[in-house]
Design a binder for this molecule. Structure first.
Ligand code: NAD
Length: 278
């Protein structure tokens, strides 16, 4: 065996996603789209679940163009009928779900004094209730499925909830978002402890400050980007591609003994940011 083959085999044994059925909610977005494409490149059967049908079609085309496998399903969180329909469509096609990556999320920057109940309900609804309900439905389905399967074929569901810097630290203007993402952290730990007995794991992929086409404006503002960069030890924004290593780790069996963790990918932001110049 050549050295290259040896390395390839070792990597595949540890991190293989081959034939895993992976649902990525928010898979039409900046971070979810990169994660979905990466999973497909590593051999997974990827399901992009989102309400942005045009972007879903673009991601599907990219994945199929590269020879990967991708199914798109319309999902409108936190609507229960939509969740059931989307998950049932996946199960009709593939029969199982090995990984549920809850990436869908929304934010609206506004001060609490300017906020309204409607904003609260919308953000909490998508980010927390939506993540809670789809996880619950998938977990129930996989528990029932496992009762019919022999040990070696049982689904060992890995749930990856996308949390945020704001699960831990707050910034002005994102109170409800921070509350929802703190809730996602709590939900992740609860899923880890209540569902371990079914062989399921749950971890939170926790991005810091990520530059995407939707946050470019913020990063182009010298005072805002200066404020952020001062707080990031690595002195640069994160990019969706920076999330891929941990996304693969959590989806693969390489993380078989990890559960309930906040996996922070933030360039050293929560560690304390830039040091004083001494
Ligand atoms: N961008 C950042 O700096 C950053 C930092 C920390 C955490 N996050 C989190 O990462 C995740 C992805 O963020 P992003 O920057 O890629 O945002 P994005 O807006 O590019 O992607 C979000 C995706 O979720 C989908 N979505 C929104 N509401 C939905 C609903 N009700 N039902 C179904 N799909 C819905 C959107 O259509 C979109 O495709 C979010 O959970 C976000 O909170 C982002």
């Amino acid at each position: 065996m050549s050295k290259k083959e040896m390395i390839t085999n070792a990597l595949l044994n540890l991190f293989s996603l081959e034939d895993k059925v992976i649902v990525v909610t928010g898979g039409a977005g900046a971070i979810g789209g990169e994660i979905a494409k990466c999973y497909a490149r590593l051999g997974a059967k990827v399901v992009v679940a989102d309400f942005n049908e045009q972007m879903m079609a673009e991601i599907e085309e990219e994945i199929s163009g590269e020879g990967g496998e991708c199914l798109t399903v319309r999902l409108e969180l936190p609507d229960e009928d939509s969740i059931r329909a989307a998950v049932d469509t996946v199960l009709e096609k593939y029969g199982r779900i090995d990984v549920l990556a809850n990436v869908a999320g929304i934010n609206k920057r506004m001060l609490m004094l300017d906020g309204a109940e409607e904003t609260y309900d919308r953000i909490m609804g998508v980010n927390l209730k939506g993540t809670f309900l789809i996880s619950l439905y998938v977990a129930k389905k996989m528990i029932a499925l496992n009762e019919t399967l022999p040990e070696e074929q049982k689904v060992r569901l890995s749930i990856i909830n996308v949390a945020s810097y704001n699960s831990v630290m707050m910034l002005g203007g994102v109170a409800v978002y921070g509350m929802s993402k703190s809730g996602v952290h709590a939900l992740t730990r609860s899923q880890a402890i209540e569902w371990a007995k079914y062989g399921f794991r749950s971890n939170a992929l926790t991005p810091g400050h990520i530059k995407t086409k939707f946050t470019t404006q913020l990063w182009n503002d010298p005072s805002l980007s200066g404020y952020l960069l001062e707080r990031i030890a690595m002195n640069r924004p994160g990019y969706p591609e920076d999330m891929l290593g941990v996304a693969v780790l959590l989806a693969s069996d390489a993380s078989s003994y990890m559960s309930g963790q906040l996996c922070i990918v933030d360039g050293g932001c929560l560690a304390g940011g830039q040091p004083w110049d001494i």
